[in-house]
Write a protein that binds this ligand. Sequence first.
Ligand code: NAD
Ligand code: LMR
Length: 382
Amino acid sequence: MRLEGRSKQHCNHHHLPEKFTTMSVQQNSDVNVRIARIASHLNPPNPKVEGDGDGCLTRAHCRSKGAAPGFKVAILGAAGGIGQPLSMLMKMNPLISVLHLYDVVNTPGVTADVSHMDTGAVVRGFLGASQLEDALTGMDLVIIPAGVARKPGMTRDDLFNINAGIVKSLSEAVARFCPKAVVNIISNPVNSTVPIAAEVFKKAGTYDPKKLLGVTKLDVVRANTFVAEVLGVDPRDLDVPVIGGHAGITILPLLSQVKPPSTFTAKEVEYLTDRIQNGGTEVVEAKAGAGSATLSMAFAAAKFAESCLRALRGDAGIIECAYIDSQVTEIPYFASKVRLSRGGVEEVLPLGPLNDYERESLEKAKKELASSIEKGVAFVRK
Ligand SMILES: NC(=O)c1ccc[n+]([C@@H]2O[C@H](COP(=O)([O-])OP(=O)(O)OC[C@H]3O[C@@H](n4cnc5c(N)ncnc54)[C@H](O)[C@@H]3O)[C@@H](O)[C@H]2O)c1
Ligand SMILES: O=C(O)C[C@H](O)C(=O)O
């Protein structure tokens, strides 16, 4: 008996090679066994499956059990506008040995695609809530860009109704399946979604404020870029602290603390502050309904994740701006410079001397932050 044509077989959500050439029953069954093994290693039903020298075609799973040193990282929302380029950038990171890509849609394709990159990290895809436990179990770092993005005319807070529930349910899963992981929250409105995650973790009894970080790195990336344009220097040589939060006037660049020390005219301060605060809206409008920043965000998130992983590895002197549970002001969550270590946030650095303009702006930012935080807290406590 001979088989011809295309196989419609699928293993889990991973698409097996479609085309079979003619072959005998015996050959066919051998091939099926081998293909099933490859597929199960690309998308094992249980990612904790360890290599057992069973004569398989791929030993990727063997490497992932710890032979190759490295961190295990999950991206939740991996098939989205941010998730896809972020998955690619994380696959390029030599600190990562295992990369889990989770989404409610399209992870088989993204996983197949990214997994072909010849870098060290083993990539596995997970699709839908029933695979969330496997996606999260054993992770050191969880990055969350899941949720809807803005369209022109919307504020980040307009995303609250949908994204609050998404972040809440994903945080509940983190609390259950990898309570010790460092968590990077990207989903907007960050000013509210970080308090939402914190409340979920508190309820679950797993809250470690040092390990929950709202990602405001894009504000710093933009600030470095825009300030560099004004000064006529390379943005890589600049360090512009951005404090407060991640929405409109809560984004507060400290132009008085730019390194190397630089002076700006009042006009330049006004222009730069406005451009940095509205960088997100600039992209939303330019994309004209097709979403918000994805590529620059993936770049920023990858840099931020790299800092978290280097700190977890024990590197010293890792400083980032991040939105965290903080006592640096009277507002319970605040973005500022923090020093990262193996345990997450080791130290919140002082805000440093602010000029009159920055002090005034800080007061306005704190008001808005307080209400965004309260909204997030109330969402979980209701
Ligand atoms: N922190 C920042 O600086 C920053 C920057 C840019 C965008 N964002 C925010 O990041 C979020 C994602 O933006 P995007 O452009 O990637 O959006 P997108 O719509 O392109 O992608 C979002 C992805 O999340 C997935 N998703 C939805 N519900 C999910 C769930 N329950 N579990 C797992 N995945 C789920 C979707 O299927 C989709 O693939 C938005 O909220 C956006 O506002 C934040
Ligand atoms: O502006 C947005 O809606 C997305 C993101 O927060 C950004 O700053 O680009």
